[in-house]
Design a protein around this ligand. Structure first.
Ligand code: ARG
Length: 462
């Protein structure tokens, strides 16, 4: 429990720090990432009580909300100003094409919808704070999740001079009920549902649902019911009979057209999300490890992400040779992990971006995904494909089967003189046992039956 006097000290400290960077205003200014929900609404009233001049900012990341109405709400709750800023163009210009081209997915399944947006919300907050001559940066994320890390890592990197305040880390409230009681006690008449127990986050890339029965992995989740809860959100609409296949065209790692029609990336993402919002393959139910170490289970609806990332990965498999594809997978994993941790504004992200470039440059061509009865890549058409039918065929080809012998001899070299057979694998039949025992045999003896042209790579005893 934090006492009120402690809180006043927090506010006074912030005021002092702000006075150092931006003159000495009567009231300390703050920029709050306002979402219009219960938490940030309670935060507005709470900050006002502490004597802050509150500047609410509604960052447009493609959430299906009436942002003007939410600005009016922030002002009604006591914000001095409330502005809307659009983070979509910056995201579409930077992080989204990379996340698609690299098929960046956290822990194998989560397509990073929330993680991609948070640093860009923080960036807009910082820009607003600078416009105001300095301000305390405030978010409504709790101390349990990833979002606090993503916001604060970005704040500290982009504006180390600005104080940061995370109400959930200092105030006395413990949950939704406390916040509703607090708002009521302050005369707020808006209705907040006490029973709303899912935590949602929506942007143009996904909608996430967490909380309630999803918190128990032993609970047999009925996905249909959870999806029903969000059926009116996230790219609502879409045709009754969505297309049964999609062809996506890439130019040097960038998506340039869908089904032969050239479109901008925002148009493509919006179209695919609208068309396939209700598809049976459009969602993933995932257990993930948060950066804090806390485990969580979430339902993510992200059809465009799934289609575009699957297509990019298929193209990479065709157009990159084995060592390059191994790099692609590892760079994609690095990128996904650092994005998940909220480290977009960092040297490590710049390094990964630079390393990804030559790989993405190879990804030109079109990929067709068939969507029924299951989603799969059915066709890849790439001029620079390295897939060589003549080599891969099971039929006769120029390939020299004998060459493979030397390759295997070399890869086996390190095993000479050791046994890797466990007792349980050895048959009681004595002759069979001998056959498995290779220890001590010279390489030349063992290679006799498979001589390699030119004397073989392992021609003499080692
Ligand atoms: N678990 C996901 C992530 O960490 C989604 C978080 C959604 N955030 C929320 N406040 N509901 O990226």
């Amino acid at each position: 429990m934090k006492s009120e006097s402690n809180m006043k000290t927090v506010a006074a400290n912030h005021k002092n720090k702000l006075a150092q960077i931006g003159g000495s205003d009567a009231k300390p200014k703050c920029v709050l990432a306002y979402s219009g929900g219960l938490d940030t609404s309670a935060i507005v009233i709470w900050l006002k009580e502490l004597g802050y001049e509150i500047h609410a900012i509604l960052v447009d990341v493609g959430q299906d909300e009436d942002l003007e109405a939410l600005c009016a709400k922030a002002l009604r709750y006591g914000a001095a100003t409330a502005v809307i800023r659009d983070a979509k163009p910056a995201m579409y210009d930077t992080v989204i094409p990379k996340a698609i081209g690299l098929s960046a997915v956290y822990e194998g399944t989560y397509r990073l919808g929330t993680a991609l947006a948070r640093p860009f919300i923080a960036l807009e907050q910082v820009k607003r704070a600078k416009e105001l001559g300095g301000a305390t940066l405030i978010h409504g994320a709790t101390g349990k999740g990833n979002d606090q890390i993503r916001f604060e890592f970005a704040y500290k990197t982009l504006a180390p001079e600005c104080p940061v305040l995370a109400p959930w880390k200092v105030w006395e409230f413990e949950g939704r009920k406390d916040l509703i009681a607090y708002l009521k006690s302050k005369g707020c008449e808006d209705h907040f549902d006490e029973k709303k127990d899912y935590s949602l986050d929506e942007n143009f890339w996904h909608i996430s649902v967490e909380g309630s029965e999803l918190e128990d992995p032993a609970a047999d989740v009925e996905v249909g019911a959870v999806l029903d809860f969000v059926k009116d959100k996230f790219a609502i609409g879409g045709p009754a009979n969505p297309p049964k296949s999609v062809t996506v065209e890439f130019d040097q790692g960038a998506v340039v057209s869908v089904d032969g029609q050239a479109k901008s990336l925002p148009e493509i993402v919006t179209q695919l999300n609208q068309q396939h919002r209700h598809a049976h393959w459009a969602w993933d139910l995932v257990i993930e490890n948060r950066t804090t170490g806390v485990k969580s289970r979430g339902l993510y609806v992200n059809p465009a992400a799934k289609l575009l990332q699957s297509a990019a990965d298929a193209l990479a498999r065709c157009c990159l040779n084995k060592p390059a594809y191994d790099r692609y997978v590892s760079i994609a994993q690095d990128y996904a992990t650092l994005l998940y941790k909220g480290e977009y504004f960092s040297m490590q992200r710049q390094v990964v971006d630079a390393a990804a470039k030559p790989l993405l440059d190879c990804l030109t061509g079109s990929v067709t995904l068939t969507l029924e009865p299951a989603i799969y890549v059915s066709k890849i058409d790439a001029k620079e494909s390295l897939f060589c039918k003549e080599t891969s065929t099971f039929e006769a080809s120029d390939y020299s089967h004998a060459d493979a012998g030397g390759f295997i001899n070399l890869s086996w070299l390190a095993n000479i003189g050791q046994s890797f057979v466990e007792p349980s694998m050895v048959n009681t039949d004595a002759s069979y046992e001998n056959a498995l025992e290779t220890t001590g045999n010279a390489a030349s003896e063992l290679c006799e039956d498979q001589s390699v042209a030119g004397g073989g790579l392992v021609s003499t005893a080692v």
